[in-house]
Write a protein that binds this ligand. Structure first.
Ligand SMILES: Cc1cc2nc3c(=O)[nH]c(=O)nc-3n(C[C@H](O)[C@H](O)[C@H](O)COP(=O)(O)O)c2cc1C
Length: 472
């Protein structure tokens, strides 16, 4: 049964014991982020729950985080699927191949409170500071921003962090040319028109998931979300701009981005594990805020990996690449794709294949990052006997299946992964940065010696008789 918006999903999360409420009063300017960090450090990733803060100092609105990428179990529940790789790619395909167009309804709970003029004030919401004493301001981190293509009218929904710059203004960080909201803005700016934008906080989990996923340009994320949840997303028209937003959203910000306007945005504790910025970025001017009565403030927890953000990138991007290679490009023999969280789930791309023909590895090395320009820096292809999800096995494959001079090549002058501090000195403007990719063939190039382990049948016998050896 698809969830009927965020609140319905939260009650299911809670009934599975996957949402814990902190009853102590917390300070949004240092305590929420620091507590989340320590929780992520202490808890094994399998056992993590989402966290809710009911008592935020000076504010009645609760804050929730980790409700999508707190753990793989949570992510599976949000998508209503078992998270084994096969099942996940199946659900994934459903969203892309059978999208369900959103439907327009007259009104919805997101209109329960409508604020305009002097009532517009972002300080109403308990927006946390994520890197205390290093971020200059609070940031919206689960902000799903909706824009439309000036030429085609096709909608885009993307999560881009937004720095609170005043009671009715935020910054927005866009990676160009990779981010589709930025591509929309380029078209508006070229014609000197302001770009209308609606930003939604607290939407159905599938909306947030589609908004952080690299859905191809020109495909509406709401349709993909509808396909995943097997029911169209219901949208309502905005009050002041010609855009539509999910009817059950907790909070909606309506506004415009003006051409030619840039201000300093950042620094911000980034998913790379480093502070990023400041950069010169556009400003979002808020014309209207609508919200539900007693809204819930949704945040995504990021900064140093592992974090909610690295898991939220890892799970969909792995499926995305698997799908891109196997289904779009029809490359045979793709067994698994893994993006380790240590690289923010962007820097490393490991692919195991069942090698079928000469040149197969080079084809996969070159094709694996082409679904968007900046993705991945280290790309490694191994044989399918290597467990690419195990760090030790990955290093083992690099140790003995790679002859550095022959098996490594570079692709120069590629788009830089946004915020990679190694790509160029900070004075180079963000959108002009270039980097390169390293492609490593870690497959066996000829018949290798046998693996130096006892035959499996002996190991199995030992396993069966384990207790008799009385080893502790
Ligand atoms: C927690 C989180 C925060 C993100 N923040 C940004 C950001 O500030 N700027 C950006 O360009 N991408 C950001 N991303 C990545 C985009 O959401 C992602 O690339 C998505 O595909 C963008 O939507 P688009 O493909 O429609 O452009 C973030 C992802 C996550 C999970």
């Amino acid at each position: 049964m698809p969830y009927d918006g965020l609140r319905d999903y939260l009650s299911v999360l809670e009934s599975h014991g996957l949402l814990q409420w902190v009853e102590t009063e917390v300070d949004k300017d240092w305590e929420i982020s620091s507590l989340a960090r320590q929780y992520f450090r202490k808890m094994d990733s399998k056992n993590r729950t989402a966290l809710g803060f009911r008592h935020v100092k000076g504010n009645d609105i609760p804050v929730i985080l980790g409700i999508i990428g707190g753990s793989r179990r949570i992510y599976g529940l949000a998508l209503e699927t078992e998270l084994n790789a096969e099942e996940f790619v199946r659900v994934w395909k459903r969203g892309f191949e059978n999208p369900l167009e959103p439907v327009l309804v007259k009104s919805g709970p997101c209109k329960e409170v409508i604020l305009k003029g002097k009532d517009i004030d972002l300080n109403r919401f308990p927006i946390p500071i994520w890197t205390p004493e290093k971020d200059p301001n609070p940031y919206l981190t689960a902000a799903c921003s909706i824009t439309k293509d000036l030429e085609t009218g096709i909608r885009n929904v993307g999560v881009y962090r937004m720095e609170v710059k005043g009671k009715d203004r935020t910054g927005i960080l866009w990676d160009l040319p990779s981010q589709h909201g930025a591509l929309h803005f380029v078209k508006y700016e070229a014609t000197q028109k302001p770009m209308p934008m609606a930003t939604v906080i607290g939407a159905d989990p599938t909306v947030v998931m589609s908004a952080v996923t690299k859905v191809p340009f020109g495909v509406d994320e709401f349709g993909v979300a509808g396909g995943w949840r097997r029911k169209p997303i219901e949208l309502v028209p905005c009050e002041t701009i010609d855009l539509e937003v999910p009817a059950t959203a907790e909070i909606v910000l309506e506004g415009e981005i003006y051409p030619g306007e840039r201000v300093s945005e950042g620094p911000f504790g980034e998913y790379t594990g480093y502070m990023g910025g400041p950069y010169q970025m556009p400003i979002f001017h808020i014309k209207c805020i609508t919200h539900r009565k007693n809204p819930i403030y949704h945040a995504l927890f990021s900064q140093m990996p592992p974090s909610e953000s690295s898991l939220m990138r890892q799970i969909p991007e792995e499926a995305n690449i698997q799908y891109h290679l196997s289904h779009f490009l029809k490359i045979p023999g793709i067994v698994d794709v893994h993006l380790p969280e240590s690289g923010g789930s962007y820097a490393w791309c490991w692919i195991s294949i069942n090698k079928k023909y000469p040149g197969h590895v080079q084809q996969v090395l070159c094709a694996s990052w082409t679904h968007y320009p900046s993705f991945a820096k280290w790309i490694v292809v191994t044989d399918d006997d290597v467990d690419i999800r195990d760090p030790f096995s990955r290093e083992w494959a690099l140790s003995w299946r790679v002859e550095p001079k022959k098996d490594i090549f570079f692709i120069p002058n590629t788009s830089s992964i946004l915020l990679d501090p190694s790509s160029t000195p900070p004075e180079v403007p963000l959108w002009d940065r270039l980097s390169s990719k390293i492609c490593i063939d870690a497959t066996k190039k000829w018949k290798f010696p046998e693996i130096a382990l006892p035959p499996e049948h002996y190991l199995k016998r030992i396993e069966e008789a384990w207790d008799q050896y009385k080893l502790k």
